[in-house]
Design a binder for this molecule. Structure first.
Ligand code: PLP
Length: 470
């Protein structure tokens, strides 16, 4: 540094352009070699976490280390230190092997690092995200004028739904919170819902008791008659029902609640109607599977996670609503320091988040590259994978517990293979495939979901073999 000059940029953080290009090229090569290995390798982590913890102590941040070494180290540890979603034998929890266009989007968003709070800071990204949201809304059959935004996850989108329902239900909610209501607030979903709804109730300040879990019909779908009875009983006891949530693609079994019946009950009761299609919403991409979601167009709002079956990288959910004005009412704020404050446009005035990453580019690039047809083929392929697994297992004496039509299969092993949880532990410990244990309509089942867009016949054979103890 000269006596008067500025210190130079810290080269470890901001290397020269040619240095960046060199490291980036290396990183790209390293990543594609790693992908090839991990698709063929074990699905489960092999790294001993106690040794890793000890190794972490060597990173005391006292002495700088070369980025190239650190990148290689990180990738090696990731290769052996996580359950591999990119492995085609991961038949797991809705976490996809990420599509390549979505990965490219992450790189682009990282370079520009646009601030998506404001349309003045990021006119192109804000417009692009709205374009995707409108396309999804049309695909779901929502009326023209629907809007919404990208969110970090289904949980955030579902939280947004509850805040909208509360805001729409009482003009005093914004100022007074739950105290504005004449009695305790209640909202309704099936007992097979994603249980993050409990956290949503907690966060929104209505209390976890506000969540009413409705019985299912013996096939994992919300029982509409029980829903109507529960609402009537709550009203008679002085409670205030505000929202009905139907799940389109339950987490445990991929079942779709009766979307028309739930819509009718919500309308009759003056409740907000939300459809949690976090995973199952992807079926909208397929002309063949779309009818399974008939009735979704009656929703006032919908959650769809692109980071599930639409195979983007993590943290790419959508909240879509026919009533975008309620979003502006629920999330309005005013300050002089923001570059724009356009109600109904600026994401920070219409969503939970303030500073926002450019999430929607991942789905935009994926959809623009594949088209609805390609995305539909991806979704239909997962259903074909599950159908193939079902045939193989039934032939080996397994029984099928659910009848989803989407890409989740719940199965019960023949008695000779022992009980479900022990069997799943054996499968997971083998590293040859990954499945989950869950409970469906009171029975323990093995849950198998086709989450990876590259699963091949040989992967199915391997899964079936390890499930059958071979
Ligand atoms: C039906 C359903 N809703 C909501 C969620 C929560 O979504 P996220 O994990 O993106 O917050 C999930 C997650 O699996 C889900 O299956």
């Amino acid at each position: 540094m000269s006596a008067t000059g500025l210190p130079g940029a810290v080269p470890a953080l901001f290397p020269t352009l040619s240095e960046r290009r060199r490291i980036e090229d290396q990183l790209s090569a390293l990543l594609s070699d790693t992908l090839e290995r991990l698709q063929a390798g074990p699905v489960t982590p092999t790294l001993d976490i106690a040794s890793f913890r000890a190794e972490l102590q060597t990173h005391d941040f006292q002495r700088p280390k070369p980025l190239e070494d650190l990148l290689r180290w990180t990738i090696e540890r990731m290769e052996h230190g996580i359950v591999q979603m990119a492995n085609p034998r991961y038949f797991g929890l809705f976490n996809p092997g990420a599509s390549f266009p979505a990965q490219c989007a992450d790189r682009i968003a990282s370079l520009f690092n646009p601030q998506l709070a404001s349309s003045a800071s990021s006119p192109v990204p804000v417009e692009l995200e709205s374009h995707v949201i409108r396309a999804i809304a049309r695909r779901a059959g929502l009326a023209e004028g629907a809007g919404g935004h990208f969110a970090t996850g289904g949980s955030e989108a579902n939280y947004t739904a509850l805040l909208c329902a509360l805001t729409a239900a009482h003009p005093g909610f914004a100022a007074e919170g739950a105290r504005a209501f004449a009695g305790p607030v209640k909202f309704y979903t099936s007992r097979d819902c994603h249980i993050a709804w409990l956290k949503v109730a907690h966060q929104a300040g209505v209390g976890r008791d506000a969540l009413r879990l409705v019985d299912t019909d013996g096939r994992g779908r919300m029982d509409a008659a029980s829903l109507a009875r529960l609402i009537a009983a709550d009203r008679a006891a002085g409670a205030v029902p505000v929202m009905v949530v139907a799940t389109a693609g339950t987490t445990g079994a991929g079942m779709v609640d009766p979307l028309f019946a739930c819509a009718d009950i919500a309308a009759a009761e003056g409740c907000w109607y939300h459809v949690d299609a976090a995973w199952g919403g992807a079926a909208l991409a397929s002309t063949r599977l779309r009818p399974l979601l008939d009735g979704i167009g009656r929703a006032r709002s919908i959650t769809i996670d692109a980071h599930k079956w639409l195979a983007t990288t993590m943290g790419c959910a959508m909240f879509v609503t026919t009533d975008p004005a309620v979003l502006s009412e629920a999330f309005h704020a005013s300050t002089s320091f923001m570059p724009s404050s356009l109600s109904g446009v600026d994401p920070y005035l219409n969503s939970v988040q303030w500073s926002r990453r450019f999430l929607g580019l991942r789905l935009f690039l994926a959809l623009a590259t594949a088209g609805w047809e390609g995305m539909g083929a991806h979704v239909e392929r997962s259903v074909a994978v599950v159908e193939r697994i079902k045939e193989r297992l039934v032939a080996a004496g397994w029984s099928v517990a659910n009848d989803s039509g989407l890409a989740v299969l719940d199965v019960v092993p023949p008695a000779a293979l022992g009980e479900v949880r022990a069997l799943v532990r054996r499968v997971v410990a083998s590293g040859r495939a990954w499945v989950a244990p869950t409970t469906f309509e009171g029975r323990d089942v093995v849950r198998i979901c086709a989450t990876n867009g590259e699963t091949a016949e040989a992967d199915i054979e391997e899964l079936v073999a390890v499930l059958n103890g071979r």
